[in-house]
Ligand binder design. Structure first.
Ligand code: ZN
Ligand code: ZN
Ligand code: ZN
Length: 548
């Protein structure tokens, strides 16, 4: 089974607007609510909020600060390294007094009311939208972001990934040729972007001329375009209000994004690749040149990667924000490849074919089931190092439109209803002469349903518990019967419904396709196991009369 396509903005769980720590003051991490509460409680409790946060001191006025520019006098702030045990200041990573590890952050009281009031004044706003901060900072520096950024993001309806960039994820689809009509961009605009000639060398004049996709150009989904419009508007307002600069993007509608630079990044890597938006698609995918997908160091099809606006990565991203944990640098734009060299990308793409037709020998070899090594098909490898490597890749079959056809797989539109998915799948397979539905049913049971049921059944007795309010996980349920941190209600992490969700569809498949008795017995055994764990409480409950 293939992987369903995806095109969606990336949201942290739960969604976050700004990397600003709120500690345990508000379990929903609602910053404005926390601020208002702190303001009302000021007289009783003072203004402090204890969090782990960067220790920066202003060179001029000597005040402690939360950012490298002093919020009191505008002076430059320097990092201070201390030992949390003995409060000794040092330049060394090891405390000279106790030998413990020193940090450039400390646990201290910060004045949230003042910080929010200052942000509000700098933005010049009278009302603040609610924004979500974080419980604590997990970077080595524990430097928070400027609060204004969070308010601007909330105003424009975007949230951040943990490295403070706004990401859009989509499934990689490869593309080597397109027409202006397909990507919904007019001819003069494409000519401006360097698309002067079509693949036959004729000047580009009409929307149906076929163009060779430049290797760092990308075609984004409609929802991606909507998302980046919001991000661009937030960045423009940030440039004006926070940095006293001119707006950079000036995007009024998604179409205005054409020509803007983006950074493509794969999960598990930290090297982004520069790209440029040149069009849009109704499909829920990201189209780009196979070299580009490969340059992100992924296989060229079916994986999903993220895009971010270049200015977002340049202005908002900082190494200071990324998690100090192992793997914290993964999925962060630490370096940027600006020029894609086809000879330097993964050689998987060098084996890609590049021909405008298959030879008669090819079809003859295919009809006698010859091994692929017996035939030669022209590949990218033969073009490497020549000008042809860029825009002379050939194709065998033209299409009317790259995104004609279903835009969403039934796998997604049927959402989580597995029973419905199975029903639809087998309704199709019953009709396909090339498919043996009984064999498919057997495979679905062996590779999906049985392992899932066995696995969940096994995990049920070893499961962890979690607090419904603060999400603290417990390996053993606390004997007091509620969360020991916040008194919240404890919940199971594996439910009965989750274990037996495949039971009924499994039994139906066995009956419908007359699967072997052995398979049927295996499922019956699981059913017995499930029944033995979840005793129907209603039938067990006895009335007083039962004992008389
Ligand atoms: Zn200062
Ligand atoms: Zn010490
Ligand atoms: Zn709790």
């Amino acid at each position: 089974m293939g992987r369903p396509e995806k095109s969606r903005e990336r949201k942290m769980a739960p969604p976050t607007h700004v990397l600003f720590p709120l500690g345990r003051l508000n379990k929903n991490r609602a910053l404005v609510r926390t601020y208002e509460k702190a303001k009302n409680d000021e007289k009783k409790e003072g203004r402090g909020m204890e969090v782990d946060v960067a220790r920066l001191r202003c060179k001029t006025c000597k005040n402690l600060s939360l950012s490298i520019t002093c919020s009191a006098c505008g002076g430059e702030c320097l990092w201070e390294r201390t030992c949390s045990n003995c409060q000794v200041m040092t330049n060394r990573e090891e405390c000279p007094k106790c030998g413990g590890k020193t940090h450039i952050w400390e646990r201290r009281n910060i004045d949230l009311v003042r910080a929010v009031d200052e942000a509000k004044r700098r933005l010049g706003w009278t009302n603040l939208p609610e924004i979500k901060g974080v419980q604590g900072l997990i970077s080595a520096s524990k430097i928070p972001e400027r609060l204004e950024k969070g308010f601007l993001r909330a105003k424009h309806g975007v949230t951040i990934f943990r490295d403070t960039t706004c990401r859009h994820d989509s499934t990689n689809v490869t593309l080597t040729q397109f027409t202006p009509r397909e990507v919904r961009v007019d001819v003069p605009r494409l000519r401006n972007l360097g698309y002067l000639y079509d693949i036959e060398g004729k000047p580009l004049l009409l929307p149906d001329q076929i163009l060779a996709l430049k290797v760092q150009d990308v075609i984004i989904s409609d929802d991606g375009a909507e998302f980046f419009t919001k991000v661009a508007n937030y960045i423009d307002e940030m440039l004006v209000t926070l940095y006293q600069m001119k707006p950079f993007y000036n995007i009024k509608k998604p179409q205005d994004l054409v020509g803007q630079f983006t950074v493509g990044l794969s999960p598990h890597t930290s090297a982004g690749v520069l790209s440029r938006i040149i069009g849009f698609t109704h499909a829920h995918v990201g189209y780009a040149h196979p070299y580009f997908h490969c340059a992100k160091r992924r296989n060229t099809d079916g994986d999903e990667d993220s895009l971010m606006l270049l200015a977002d990565a340049l202005i908002n991203f900082s190494r200071r924000f990324i998690p100090a944990t192992l793997g914290g640098t993964m999925d962060s734009p630490l370096v940027l490849t600006t020029r894609l060299d086809p000879t330097e990308v993964d050689d998987e793409v060098h084996s890609m074919e590049s021909c405008d037709h298959y030879s008669l020998e090819f079809y003859e070899a295919a009809s006698r089931f010859a091994s692929p090594s017996e035939v030669t098909v022209p590949t990218v490898k033969q073009l490497l190092g020549k000008p042809a490597q860029y825009e002379s890749l050939a194709y065998t079959h033209a299409v009317r439109s790259i995104d004609e056809g279903p835009h969403m797989t039934a796998y997604i539109s049927l959402e989580k209803r597995m029973v419905a998915k199975v029903k639809v799948e087998f309704a199709l397979e019953d009709r396909l002469r090339a498919v043996d539905p009984a064999e498919v049913a057997n495979r679905v049971l062996l590779s999906h349903f049985l392992p899932d049921m066995y696995g969940n059944l096994r995990s049920f007795s070893k499961q962890t518990f979690r607090c419904g309010d603060c999400n603290t996980k417990y390996r053993r349920a606390p004997l007091v019967g509620h969360c020991t941190r916040c008194n919240g209600k404890l919940l199971l992490t594996i439910y009965k419904g989750g274990i037996e969700k495949y039971l009924k569809p499994s039994l139906e498949l066995v009956e419908r396709y007359h699967l072997p008795a052995y398979m049927k017995q295996r499922i019956n055994l699981i059913q017995k196991d499930i029944d033995s764990i979840f005793i129907d409480e209603k039938s067990v409950q006895k009335g007083l009369a039962d004992y008389m």
